[in-house]
Design a binder for this molecule. Structure first.
Ligand code: GLU
Length: 439
C-alpha cells in the first residue's frame, strides 16, 4: 500500500514553526517512500480561518518548496460527512446523545470502561493508559457542529491516510481518535508523534523566546533552504553527523525510525550559522543582487563605489555574512560617512586618553605613504606603534572603530585599502565625532 500522509493545519494567520516542522516531516516521508503528500486545511474555526490565513499558509508552504500532491481538502466543506459518521455511531451504539451543556443534545463517543487503551507510536513506541482514566467525549456539539476529533478522523479515513505525523501535543487525542476509528470499523493509520520543540530552558518554544512564525524568519532574511534544513533536524537526524543536507540527501536519509522522541531544542545560533552556509553556496549573482537590494533598502547607494571595489567588498564581506539582513549594518561604512558607531566599542577604544591623538598621528603617516595598500598601511601602522612604544593593538582597535564604527569586522588592512586613503584619513582625523555621537 503506498504511503499517503497529510499536513493538517488549522490556519490562524501565522504559521508556527512547530506546525511547519510537521509539514516538513510529512513531506520528507512522502518523498522518501514515493508516496503522496496532501494538504488538509482544518478550517472549521470560521473566525480564524480567513481567506488571508489560508493564503499565508499556502505562501509559506510554497516558499519552503512544499506543495500538496492533490488539491487541498477543506474540512469546512465536509461537515455533512462528519455528521453522517456521528449518526451512524449513534445508531451502532458507539456514541450516544446527551444534553451535556444544558443547551441541547450533543453526540458523545463512548470510551472503553475497563482494561487498557494503547497504541504503538512510530516515534514514541508503546503508549498506554487505563480505560478508567479516559472519559467519553463530545464529537458533535449541541449546535450541530462536529468537534475536531471527529472531523480529523473521518477526513484521515476518507483521504486514505496511512501515516499521521504530527506534534506530540496530540498524543492524548490519539486515544480518542483510535476509538472513533474502531467505531467506524476501519483500520487506523500509523501514528507518529514528533517531539516538542523547546527553548534553551527546556520549556515549549513560544513567541516569547523569539521568532516563532515562519513569516518572522522570512522577514528577517533567512533563506528557505536553510530554515527547511534546520527544522528537519528538530527531531530527526540522518544517522551520521551531517548537518547541512541537500533536499535530496534529506529525502534519501529520512525515515520515521530515525525520528527522536526526546525534546528538540531550538538553537537560533545554529540556524544563523546554517543560514550562512547556505548563503555562501548561492550563485555569486544572487548574492550580489541580495547585497545591492539590502543596501538600497538600508538607504545606502552601492553605485557610489567602482565595480572593482564593489567586488572586493563582496569578497571581504561574504565570508562574514550569515544572513542578508546584516548587510546594511555590517557594510554601511563602505558607502556612507554617516555610519553608526557602536557605543561600547567607542567607549573602549576611542575614549581612553591619547587614542584620538594617536589616530591624528597615524593619519599624517598614512598621508605620506607613496602607495596606500593593505601591505603599506599595515607596515606603517606597525612602525608607528613601535615609534610610539605601544603595542599594535593600541592602534589596530581604535583605527577599526574610527573607520567602521564597530569593534568587529573583516581584516583591517584590506578594509583600509578598499576605503582608500582620503576617506580613511578623514575618518581618523574626525574620530572625535564618534565621541559626540555616543555621548
Ligand atoms: N489541525 C490540527 C493541528 O494543527 C491537526 C493535527 C493533526 O495533524 O492531526 O494541530
Amino acid at each position: 500500500m503506498s504511503v499517503r500522509v497529510r499536513f493538517a493545519p488549522s490556519p490562524t494567520g501565522q504559521v508556527h514553526i512547530g506546525n511547519i516542522r510537521a509539514a516538513i516531516f510529512n513531506w520528507l516521508y512522502a518523498r522518501h517512500t514515493g508516496g503522496a503528500f496532501l494538504l488538509r486545511v482544518e478550517d472549521t474555526d470560521r473566525e480564524r480561518s480567513t481567506p488571508e490565513a489560508i493564503r499565508t499558509l499556502l505562501e509559506v508552504m510554497a516558499w519552503l518548496g512544499m506543495a500538496s500532491d492533490e488539491p487541498p481538502v477543506y474540512q469546512s466543506a465536509r461537515t455533512a460527512r462528519h455528521l453522517e459518521v456521528a449518526a451512524a455511531m449513534v445508531a451502532a451504539g458507539t456514541a450516544y446523545r446527551e444534553n451535556r451543556d444544558g443547551k441541547g443534545e450533543c453526540i458523545v463517543c463512548r470510551m472503553p470502561k475497563t482494561g487498557r487503551v494503547e497504541f504503538t507510536d512510530a516515534v514514541k513506541g508503546r503508549i498506554r493508559k487505563q480505560a478508567e482514566d479516559t472519559q467519553d467525549f463530545i464529537i458533535v456539539r449541541s449546535d450541530g457542529t462536529p468537534v475536531f476529533h471527529l472531523a480529523n478522523v473521518v477526513d484521515d479515513h476518507d483521504m486514505r491516510i496511512t501515516h499521521v505525523i504530527r506534534g506530540d501535543d496530540h498524543v492524548e487525542n490519539t486515544f480518542k481518535h483510535l476509538q472513533i476509528f474502531r467505531a467506524m470499523g476501519v483500520e487506523p493509520p500509523v501514528y507518529a508523534h514528533l517531539p516538542m520543540i523547546v527553548n534553551h530552558m527546556g520549556k515549549p518554544y513560544s513567541k516569547r523566546d523569539g521568532a516563532a512564525f515562519v513569516g518572522d524568519f522570512q522577514a528577517q532574511g533567512f533563506l528557505p533552504e536553510a530554515l527547511f534544513n534546520f527544522l528537519a533536524l528538530l527531531g530527526w537526524a540522518p544517522g551520521d553527523d551531517r548537518e547541512i543536507l541537500s533536499r535530496d540527501e534529506m529525502v534519501a536519509a529520512f525515515d520515521l525510525d530515525r525520528c527522536k522522541s526526546s525534546a528538540a531544542r531550538f538553537d537560533l545560533k545554529k540556524l544563523v550559522w546554517m543560514n550562512g552556509e547556505y548563503l555562501r553556496r548561492l550563485p555569486r549573482e544572487t548574492i550580489n543582487a541580495a547585497f545591492r537590494d539590502r543596501l538600497a533598502a538600508g538607504g545606502l547607494d552601492p553605485s557610489t563605489v567602482a565595480d572593482g571595489t564593489w567586488n572586493a567588498i563582496l569578497d571581504l564581506m561574504i565570508p562574514r555574512t550569515k544572513i542578508f539582513s546584516e548587510v546594511p549594518g555590517n557594510c554601511a561604512f563602505f558607502f556612507t560617512e554617516t555610519y553608526a558607531f557602536d557605543p561600547k566599542a567607542v567607549e573602549k577604544r576611542l575614549k581612553p586618553a591619547g587614542a584620538l591623538d594617536l589616530l591624528q598621528r597615524l593619519a599624517e603617516v598614512f598621508e605620506s605613504l607613496p602607495a596606500f595598500t593593505a601591505e603599506s598601511t599595515e607596515q606603517a601602522l606597525r612602525a608607528t606603534g613601535e615609534a610610539q612604544n605601544i603595542g599594535i593593538g593600541a592602534l589596530v582597535h581604535p583605527v577599526r572603530v574610527a573607520v567602521s564604527g564597530s569593534g568587529e569586522g573583516p581584516g583591517l588592512f584590506e578594509m583600509l585599502a578598499l576605503l582608500g586613503r582620503e576617506r580613511v584619513c578623514a575618518r581618523l582625523r574626525g574620530a572625535e565625532r564618534a565621541l559626540s555621537s555616543c555621548a
